[in-house]
Design a protein around this ligand. Structure first.
Ligand code: GDP
Length: 453
């Protein structure tokens, strides 16, 4: 195995930059570019030890540095690892990395440190995938869920199912293969219990997939409504900034303003659209068309109405367009005298909330309505969660085989036939955790990582 190296901190100037080296020559290579202040060789250093010193390139001291040594197998990758922390200027970091390469390390591919950790049995595939998820997490709940996965929440639950399946399978196989031996027979009741337990666990996991995705990927959200109801003001209330333009002149939001905001621990990818109204203005009409298109594609619509005005034809049109969309009706301007027929609104929409964007009132109610509508209100980020389509597909295939086995058991199919179905389910779960994943799948997963992780 080669010794790899990469910059593990971001590609921007910072207080500290870290070069990570992993492989059997990691300490020797680090020792050739790093000189301890006390002149002792780095190669004498035990694991979890650090030394202060300097980076020396071509006999010249280039930067102060700290070398942190991890000894195999007690490191992230399971190999010898050295992390060199230098001043985080881009030049200092890249110069040190070049020196590490010159001393014999090769550039790490994307995700290669984590891939080695996986190959060395430090983590399974679901945990490795959660590392990438933690790095890219934007929402609080997403971060919590990914962290739970890193610490084996999903693996534990999958392995519990696997163990039951393998137990049943090996007992049945032994019983079928050695009928004369004194092997205790698996009763129909026990088999049924096992299969039903596995079915229940996998169903639970699959049921939580959609709300998990909402938490992980965020929700495409459109703010819609006729001009002047307060769409931009709502956007500002949610973003806490002034990116959307708020004016008295109707139709100023001619295009779509986008922003990501966190609401109730989840990320909304917000689009503030053009005011929806009949218009002779060509540019504005293009904006309105775009707004309707965005509304059709949105996963969530915040339909804004003006509490201080009666419903207009444009409001009615919006209500029609929202009929089959997941929508929260947002009645704005509750600080003004109420004129709007709110009964109509409440009977049309699943959720109606009352806000005053001007006075910054009603955010909590909006948050509660959104999380309840998205099914994330009771989301438990510490529960096991399928993190991506790959995991979901293996889980679905495993469940299909278990369902087949249950049907077979009900019909009195022979044990060796049922065993084939149980084995098929187990195969899927072994692929899910990576115990049996193909090299292509593994390479594909790690290629989506950043270099240095
Ligand atoms: P948009 O065209 O739907 O984006 O509406 P804007 O956000 O530009 O707001 C239109 C007008 O309504 C502006 O003058 C805002 O100051 C005003 N406005 C927005 N929200 C409120 C509110 O909650 N109360 C009151 N009284 N005025 C508001």
């Amino acid at each position: 195995m080669t010794t790899i190296a990469a910059i593990s901190t971001g590609n921007a100037p910072g207080g500290i930059g870290v070069i990570r080296i992993s492989g059997q020559d990691a300490v020797k290579i680090a020792d050739s570019v790093f000189q301890c202040r006390d002149k002792s060789p780095l190669t004498d250093l035990g694991g979890y030890r650090a030394k202060f010193g300097s980076i020396v390139i071509d006999g010249r001291q280039r930067d102060d540095a700290v070398a942190l040594v991890f000894r195999a197998p007690k490191s992230y990758t399971g190999e010898d690892v050295v992390e060199l922390s230098v001043h985080g200027g881009l030049l200092s970091v890249s110069e040190t990395l070049d020196a590490v390469f010159a001393a014999g390390a090769v550039p790490a591919a994307a995700g290669e440190f984590t891939k080695r950790a996986f190959l060395n049995g430090k983590m399974d595939l679901t945990q490795a995938e959660s590392v990438a998820d933690i790095i890219s997490a934007e929402g609080e709940e997403e971060l919590k869920a990914s962290y739970a996965a890193l610490h084996g929440r999903l693996s534990t639950s999958i392995n519990a199912v696997l163990e039951k399946l393998l137990d049943a399978s090996s007992t049945m196989a032994a019983w079928v293969d050695y009928p004369d031996e004194e092997i205790p027979e698996l009763t129909d009741g026990e088999l049924l219990n096992t299969l039903q337990f596995c079915q229940g666990e996998l169903k639970n996991l699959l049921d939580s997939y959609d709300s998990g995705q909402v938490v992980k990927a965020g929700v495409d959200t459109v703010i819609a409504g006729r001009p002047n109801v307060g769409k931009s003001s709502l956007m500002n209330m949610l973003t806490g900034t002034d990116k959307s333009i708020v004016t008295h002149i109707e139709g100023t939001t001619r295009d779509i303003v986008e922003e990501n905001v966190r609401l109730g621990g989840i990320v909304l990818h917000l689009k503030d659209t053009a005011g929806l109204r009949e218009s002779g203005d060509v540019v504005e009409n293009i904006g309105i068309e775009k707004a309707y298109k965005a509304l059709e594609n949105a996963q969530l619509v915040l339909a804004v109405f003006d509490a201080s005005a009666a419903l207009t034809d444009e409001d009615e049109e919006l209500m029609k367009r929202c009929a089959d969309r997941r929508t929260v009706a947002v009645v704005n301007k509750t600080d003004l005298k109420s004129v709007l027929d709110t009964n109509r609104i409440e009977s049309t929409f699943d959720k109606t909330v009352y806000i005053s964007a001007k006075n910054d009132e009603g955010l909590d109610a909006l948050e509660a309505a959104v999380t309840s509508l998205l099914g994330t209100a009771d989301f438990d980020s510490s529960a096991p969660l399928l993190a991506n389509l790959r995991q979901k597909q293996h889980c679905e295939n495993a469940l299909a085989s278990i369902n087949e086995a249950l049907d077979g058991a009900a019909l009195g199919v022979t044990y060796d036939a049922i065993n084939v179905m149980i084995d098929a389910a187990a195969e899927e779960l072994l692929s899910l955790t990576g115990k049996k994943a193909s090299a292509e799948v593994v390479n594909h997963i790690f290629s989506k990582f950043c270099v240095g992780k």
